[in-house]
Ligand binder design. Structure first.
Ligand SMILES: C[S@@+](CC[C@H](N)C(=O)[O-])C[C@H]1O[C@@H](n2cnc3c(N)ncnc32)[C@H](O)[C@@H]1O
Length: 422
């Protein structure tokens, strides 16, 4: 009955602080997050319920409501710029710290990387009810937008006891990917979350989580992302959801995607030094028939120098449009056809290093391929070859002007890498 008082879309988020950052949270009535939980933080909408977990004292402060939608860097100088994914908050009544926050959040299966569902939100809200207030009135007070907006923090922390059993694991109300932490990325599904990203039936479609990781690692909300060979539009869909601007081209845009511009990636209609991230999942040779356009690079065999010469034009254009210091992510796989191996990745990488510095090389597990059948696995065993199990994601950075050598393009120097200082 009490639960009816909360809107059906009610949800909440847990922000974290430490003893040293807590004061600023209360003084500014501002919660912030680092990039690690940035994607969840940026989904906070005005009036969502919020809690603040002090990781040092293990107290969970509540109840707050978001006074604004989350924004990037509302108060740029807050917390010495360490937590720029921010939301303005207002307390609802007296702020109460709950003891043993870690135990509480664990017992409810709460992750800081995603919003808490309505039922989990209700369970936590119940714990904050002042003993003098009947439960109905407590939920009425919570539902009011004009709740107390003065800062009054209860001095003694409150013990809690979950009365109702909280289902665990409960399906998260919104699936938000995590930032990868190693150089091996394996995405079992092409997409994530409630809405499709690109078209998982498109031949050669990119795993959406891969693009999500590049977007979150190398751009900020509002930045401009370009995909010059965007196929079914996975980059566009990821960027829209994450609050990035995106311009996506293809030589043959799918008829249902009016938001993809027809263009040859070898000449991109954008000014120099303009873009914050370029992502490309190019053809790997002539193994897939993408379209009938004669300018499709996917018609050229990766066993020929021409293939790399044409891709080098795309590399050059990507370098030209990127702002100095910004990143190009390029996904490509090797080829084994008719008993012949072609190291497509290494050959492309040689071209990339003429224009870019290497940030890192990621191994992407190949999934959902047409050759992933027992017939092909048996053939590989019987006839002594391997099915392609991975792709390369080359993460390259456009050098800053001061780092530029006089000669351009630069020589490929394989023994070039020197240990940086510090
Ligand atoms: C591997 S697919 C990209 C898949 C895409 N990332 C997705 O998730 O759907 C490669 C794309 O490159 C495009 N392409 C090939 N040659 C091109 C060119 N010269 N200019 C622009 N796009 C081109 C193809 O049409 C194809 O859609």
């Amino acid at each position: 009955m009490t639960q009816k008082l909360l809107p059906l879309n009610a949800k909440s988020y847990v922000f974290a602080c430490t003893n040293s950052s807590q004061d600023e949270c209360f003084k500014r009535l501002l919660f912030g997050s680092s990039k690690v939980y940035g994607a969840a933080a940026m989904r906070v909408k005005k009036e969502d319920f919020l809690f603040l977990w002090n990781l040092d004292s293990d107290l969970l402060y509540g109840v707050f409501r978001a006074a604004t939608n989350a924004q990037f860097s509302i108060v740029p100088e807050a917390w010495e710029r360490k937590y720029p994914y921010q939301v303005k908050v207002e307390p609802i009544g007296k702020i109460i710290p709950l003891k043993d926050a870690k135990k509480l959040l664990n017992s409810m299966g709460v992750e800081r990387s995603s919003p808490l569902s309505r039922s989990k939100t209700i369970s936590i809200l119940e714990l904050y009810r002042p003993s003098s207030l009947p439960i109905n009135q407590w939920f009425e007070q919570l539902a009011q937008t004009e709740a107390a907006r003065y800062l009054d923090i209860s001095s003694g922390p409150k013990s809690w006891q979950l009365l109702a059993h909280v289902k665990k694991p409960e399906v998260a109300i919104e699936e938000i990917p995590r930032l990868q932490s190693t150089t091996l990325w394996d995405f079992p599904r092409q997409s994530y979350g409630g809405s499709p990203k690109g078209n998982n039936k498109y031949a050669g479609v990119t795993p959406a989580e891969l693009i999500w990781n590049l977007v979150w690692k190398y751009t900020e909300p509002g930045d401009l992302v370009v995909d010059p060979m965007c196929g079914s539009g996975t980059t566009l869909d990821v960027c829209k959801e994450e609050g990035r601007r995106a311009i996506c081209y293809d030589i043959a845009p799918p008829p249902n995607r009016k938001d993809i511009v027809k263009n040859d990636a070898r000449k991109i209609p954008l000014p120099d030094n303009h873009v914050d991230l370029v992502f490309i999942d190019s053809p790997y040779g002539d193994n897939i028939r993408y379209n009938e356009d004669p300018n499709c690079i996917g018609k050229i065999s990766s066993e020929t120098a021409e293939f790399y010469d044409e891709l080098e034009k795309v590399i050059k254009e990507s370098n030209r449009i990127l702002k100095p210091g910004k990143v190009l992510g390029w996904l490509i796989g090797d080829q084994w056809v008719k008993k012949k191996f072609t190291p497509v990745g290494f050959l492309l990488y040689a071209r990339l290093t003429k224009y870019f510095d290497t940030v890192d090389i990621i191994c992407i597990a190949r999934r959902g391929q047409s050759s992933n059948t027992s017939l092909w696995h048996n053939r590989a065993r019987r006839f002594n070859f391997y099915l392609r199990g991975f792709k390369y994601l080359f993460i390259m950075r456009k050098p800053l002007p001061v780092e530029k050598k006089n000669e351009e393009p630069r020589e490929i120097t394989w023994a070039y890498y020197k240990r940086g200082k510090g």
